[in-house]
Design a protein around this ligand. Structure first.
Ligand SMILES: [Zn+2]
Length: 244
């Protein structure tokens, strides 16, 4: 990012402050968020640079905006807002939303179906969230999930490997996450109860998004169950949430 962005950000921080009462109300129940001034500052910049839109008549309140911003900024707390550059929109639906899917099979036949989604991250485009799932689903963190996809997409197509930092080893990442993913798919196929959402078996990119939720929300348990993955995520996010 250039000097202009830097200057704008400094100006936002000089002129605005997060309203403590609003922050408290918006992050109530999100115990995994660190009580860090840095997170509040980053959320403020996020709110200045991203545009929220309500869909299906939803009026997006300040509390909704701050809640989404706070959670979205957790993965980039040590990476910086530039990791979310190149797009601005966040669309919030009151509940789950339908999207039309289409695919062409090997015989050239076009298949169409509807998917019911709680969230979606478009490559180069907006993040779409269901407010109902964001606020009330105790089993998933839609915000961290979709923003993890955004980080993954920075490396091209979402494949479960975001752009790694210098000093990180792609083979070590692939070994740790690949092995965990395969073991997980195996368990799901055998019908075993899994600690992570079985949806993580859909694709390596979903596994990365789901285990990123766990990394931030249930850090100690993630470290215990997936030590090698935890180490990779710790290096990528530059955070060690299980240690705090
Ligand atoms: Zn996903």
């Amino acid at each position: 990012m250039g000097w202009l962005t830097e200057w704008r950000r400094r100006r936002v921080l000089a002129r605005h402050a997060m309203d403590p009462a609003l922050w408290k109300a918006a992050t109530r129940g999100l115990q995994f968020l660190p009580d860090a001034p840095k997170l509040r500052e980053l959320a403020l910049l996020f709110l200045a640079e991203k545009q929220f839109a309500g869909a299906h008549g939803l009026a997006v309140t300040d509390a909704m905006r701050v809640s989404i911003a706070a959670q979205a900024c957790l993965p980039i707390l040590e990476l910086g807002l530039d990791w979310y550059a190149g797009w601005t929109g966040i669309v919030v639906y009151p509940g789950d939303f339908r999207v039309r899917r289409e695919s062409v099979d090997e015989a050239g036949v076009v298949h169409q179906w509807d998917d019911e989604l709680a969230g979606e991250a478009m490559p180069g485009g907006p993040v779409v969230l269901s407010w109902d799932a964001t606020a009330h689903d105790p089993y998933i963190n839609v915000v961290i999930h979709e923003f993890a996809h955004k980080l993954d997409m920075l490396g091209g197509e979402a494949d479960g490997m975001p752009p790694l930092h210098p000093g990180m080893d792609r083979r070590a990442w692939r070994a740790a996450l690949g092995e965990a993913y395969e073991g997980f798919c195996d368990a799901v196929e055998r019908g075993k109860d899994t600690w992570l959402d079985p949806y993580a078996a859909e694709h390596p990119s979903e596994f990365f998004a789901v285990i990123s939720e766990a990394f931030f929300e249930s850090a100690r348990e993630t470290r215990r169950r997936y030590p090698a993955v935890y180490e990779q995520l710790k290096a990528f996010y530059k955070q060690d949430p299980a240690a705090s």
